[in-house]
Design a protein around this ligand. Structure first.
Ligand code: PLP
Length: 393
């Protein structure tokens, strides 16, 4: 099987981690030798309720017994998708009430960009340096990392870049701008939070010039930062909200949400303004509905903030200069990229899964399932500090 993995399945790095998976349950992934690995990554912030959460599994099984794919997006009335969109609206401000469900986060970003151009009749998009919004041609166009884009150019035109948290750059948002797209907390850049009222000021400038604000909550959204949506921390509501990852409870999903007035523009001029076969798939929507219900009806979000404190308390080491982020979206910044690499690889040997961030080579990703227990957190932190001790001697 290992040789078939390399021979038949396309790889995107020369050295994939290559762990052979047997099964996964709760906070653990098991390899083919039945070795247990404590999961501090949660499928890169996707498995918000851990692995095979019983409520998600039950929802999937119930739906499997009813119907799978029956029609392309949005033509038929399918209860899981309707209920999911309705529950999202119930937890969002009134101006964010209609949702389009997609197959991935990047597709939802593309949908949001298209909607912004359709609403404003303008073409210019403003994104930020070091932003990551996905890898379709549209999402790649707003990625703020030239080295990763260059070979794929030309990308979509009329995209400009500003620096996240730099308020002097806001003058670049003008009456030519269709939309500003930001991650509420920059992910790949190193879990950088907006500071000094940055998001409020972007919001104000967008309002002043008639540009839309798109917030990408694919990573911070759905409870990970201790609130259902990251923007709730920063007193700023977007015109278009993009979610994904943790919304699916381990299933592939993306969504963009806006006002009815804006979303209804996808119906005409041109009609079929964004179409996709599998968006809102009933099994995936059922899993997402169960996930969203569990996160909003339990105390997992308040626990995320307590668990953050537990991690900060137990993850102290001279080789860690800083812990960035909020809730269970945390990054431990070590003193060098070599140390970070060493820790991630050695911790895997020690039965703890960690991972990198895209553009910050010193960052160790700590994004466990929201359901992780306090004991599991302490155990994971002990493994990290033990490995760091072995590096420092
Ligand atoms: N936006 C952010 C902030 C992300 O972290 C990601 C994925 O890592 C995406 C967009 C793209 O989502 P997907 O990989 O589901 O296309």
């Amino acid at each position: 099987m290992t040789s078939d993995f390399y021979k038949y399945q396309a790889q995107t790095t020369p050295h994939p981690l290559g762990m052979k998976i047997s099964h996964a349950e709760g906070s653990y992934i098991y390899d083919s030798n039945q070795k247990a690995y404590l999961d501090f990554v949660a499928g890169v912030s996707a498995c918000s309720l851990g692995h095979r959460h019983p409520k998600v599994i039950d929802a999937i099984k119930d739906q499997l017994d009813k119907y799978l794919h029956v029609m392309v997006y949005g033509e038929y009335i399918q209860e899981p998708a309707v209920e999911l969109a309705k529950l999202l609206a119930a937890h969002l401000p009134k101006s964010l009430e209609k949702t389009y469900l997609t197959n991935s986060g990047a597709e939802a970003i593309d949908g949001a960009l298209k909607l912004a151009r359709r609403v404003t009749g303008r073409s210019e998009i403003i994104a930020t340096h070091h932003a990551y919004h996905g890898n379709t041609m549209g999402a790649l166009s707003v990625m703020g990392y030239e080295e990763r884009k260059q070979p794929f150019r030309p990308l979509i035109p009329d995209v400009k870049f500003i620096t996240f948290n730099n308020q002097d750059d806001l003058c670049h948002i003008t009456s030519k701008t269709a939309a500003v797209i930001l991650e509420t907390i920059q992910g790949g850049a190193g879990f950088i939070e907006p500071k000094d009222g940055y998001l409020e000021k972007v919001r104000k400038q967008c309002d002043a010039v008639g540009a839309l604000l798109i917030l990408d909550e694919i990573q911070p959204g759905i409870g990970r930062t201790g609130k259902l949506f990251g923007f709730e921390h920063y007193n700023c509501t977007p015109d278009i909200l993009v979610t994904g990852k943790g919304l699916g409870g381990g299933m592939p999903i993306g969504a963009f949400t806006s006002s009815s007035k804006y979303m209804d523009l996808l119906q005409d001029n041109p009609k079929l303004g964004h179409i996709t076969t599998f968006g809102g798939h009933p099994v995936i929507a059922a899993a997402a509905l169960a996930t969203l219900k569990e996160i909003t009806e339990s105390d997992l979000m308040s626990q995320a903030l307590e668990k953050e404190q537990l991690i900060r308390q137990h993850l102290k080491h001279p080789l860690i200069s800083e812990i960035r982020g909020r809730g269970l979206m945390l990054a431990a910044i070590t003193n060098s990229a070599d140390i970070t690499n060493d820790v991630i690889l050695r911790c895997q040997d020690e039965g703890l899964i960690l991972f990198w961030l895209l553009f910050e080579p010193c960052a160790i990703r700590i994004t466990p399932p929201l359901t992780i227990s306090n004991d599991e957190i302490i155990k994971g932190c002990m493994i990290i500090t033990r490995v760091l001790d072995s590096i420092s001697v």
